[in-house]
Design a protein. Structure first.
Length: 108
């Protein structure tokens, strides 16, 4: 595969990731909006900032050589996966707390 083809595939991948991020932001906003208007106000700014940071990071990566892009994208993916793991643990903790709370309430 030529470097031109690799660069085009990377551009396509980055574009797809950006589009996915926009969809995720919109879906998250819709979910939050349905739960609590006050929460929406609090999280809206954070979500917008996170989305902007993601876009900025991808723009910065686009300016590097292909080898650097690969390294940076892999590192960024690792970072994002760790963030997802953190969210998963928090959700598990909440689920465990909810279960414990329900059990305590039913015993009362």
């Amino acid at each position: 595969m030529s470097s031109k083809e690799v660069k085009e595939k990377l551009k396509t991948t980055v574009k797809s990731v950006k589009e996915l991020m926009e969809v995720v932001v919109k879906a998250t906003h819709a979910e939050i909006t349905s739960k609590s208007p006050k929460l929406v106000h609090t999280l809206d700014s954070s979500i917008d900032k996170a989305s902007g940071a993601f876009t900025d990071a991808l723009r910065t990566i686009d300016k590097r050589t292909l080898k650097e892009q690969r390294t940076l994208l892999e590192a960024y993916k690792t970072f994002l996966n760790k963030q997802i793991e953190l969210l998963d643990r928090k959700l598990e903790d909440i689920s465990g707390s909810e279960s414990s709370s329900k059990a305590s309430q039913s015993e009362s």
